[in-house]
Design a protein around this ligand. Structure first.
Ligand code: ADP
Ligand code: ADP
Ligand code: ZN
Length: 216
C-alpha cells in the first residue's frame, strides 16, 4: 500500500503514522524527521533545511522531492510506504505522481481533519523524545514520568519550531500551500477525510476503516 497522510501541522500525522506502520508493516517516511536527523548530524542538507524550518517556512520543493525520490527507491519500500508530511505543495504532489507513474500511483490519501484554532495548543504542548522520536503532549498524551520517554527512557524536548510565533507561520503556510492538496486528491478519487479531533485511538480506528481494515 502506498499511502499519504495529509493534515495541518499538529493534526496527529506523526502520532498516527507510528501506530499505522506497526499494523501495516510498511516504512514510515517523514520528511520532517528526515530533516531533523540531517540537522542533528550537521550535514549540508541539514544546514540548508534548518534555515527554512526554524522560521516555519517550507524547505524548497526540489530539495524535498529529491530526498523522497531517493527514499522510496530503497528496497524496503517495494511493498509500499506511508508518507507523513510529504507532499505539502502542489508541485510536490505532481512530482510524486511522476515518481509513482509506473507503479500505478498512490492507493490512498488520508486527511486528518482538525480545525486550525485547535492546533496552537497541540503544537506548543508537543514534546518529543530526543532518542527515539516518540511524540507526547503535556496535556493530551503525557508521559508517565515528567520529561521522560515511556518507551526508551530518553529525555523529552520541545522542537524549536513549536513556539507560538513559528506555529502561526506554519499554519498560514499550510492554508496557502498545503490545503489545496485536499481538492487535488479528492478529484483523483483517493481521498478519505477522518475527524482528527477525537481521542488518538478513535482516530486510528477511523483511519483503519478508511483503509478497509477493522482494528477494533
Ligand atoms: P503532526 O505530525 O501532524 O504535526 P503530531 O502527531 O506530532 O502531529 O501531534 C501533534 C501534538 O498533538 C502532539 O503533542 C501529540 O501528542 C498531540 N496529539 C496527536 N493526536 C492527538 C489527538 N487525537 N488528540 C489530542 N492530541 C493529539
Ligand atoms: P509538522 O507536522 O509539525 O508541521 P514536520 O515534522 O512534518 O512538522 O515538518 C517540520 C518542518 O520541516 C516543516 O515546518 C517544514 O519546514 C519542513 N518540511 C517537512 N516536510 C516538508 C515538505 N514536504 N516540504 C517542505 N518542507 C517540509
Ligand atoms: Zn524515546
Amino acid at each position: 500500500m502506498k499511502i499519504v497522510l495529509l493534515g495541518p501541522p499538529g493534526a496527529g500525522k506523526g502520532t498516527q503514522a507510528e501506530a499505522l506502520v506497526k499494523k501495516l508493516f510498511i516504512p514510515h517516511i517523514s520528511t520532517g524527521d528526515m530533516f531533523r536527523a540531517a540537522i542533528s548530524s550537521g550535514t549540508p542538507l541539514g544546514m540548508e533545511a534548518k534555515r527554512y524550518i526554524d522560521q516555519g517556512h517550507l524547505v524548497p520543493d526540489e530539495i524535498t522531492a529529491g530526498i523522497i525520490k531517493d527514499r522510496i527507491a530503497q528496497p524496503d519500500c517495494r511493498e509500499g510506504f506511508l508518507l507523513d508530511g510529504f507532499p505539502r505543495t502542489l508541485p510536490q504532489a505532481e512530482a510524486l505522481d511522476e515518481m509513482l507513474k509506473e507503479q500505478g500511483g498512490l492507493d490512498a490519501v488520508l486527511d486528518i481533519d482538525v480545525e486550525l484554532d485547535r492546533l496552537i495548543v497541540r503544537l506548543t504542548g508537543r514534546r518529543m523524545c530526543k532518542d527515539c522520536g516518540a511524540i507526547y503532549h503535556l496535556l493530551y498524551n503525557a508521559p508517565q514520568k515528567e520529561n521522560v520517554c515511556d518507551i526508551c527512557g530518553g529525555s523529552l524536548y520541545q522542537r524549536v519550531d513549536d513556539t507560538e510565533e513559528t506555529v502561526k507561520n506554519r499554519l498560514s503556510v499550510y492554508e496557502k500551500q498545503t490545503a489545496p492538496l485536499i481538492e487535488y486528491y479528492q478529484k483523483k478519487g483517493i481521498l478519505h477525510i477522518v475527524n482528527g479531533d477525537n481521542p488518538i485511538n478513535t482516530v486510528l480506528a477511523d483511519l483503519g476503516k478508511a483503509l478497509g481494515q477493522n482494528w477494533n
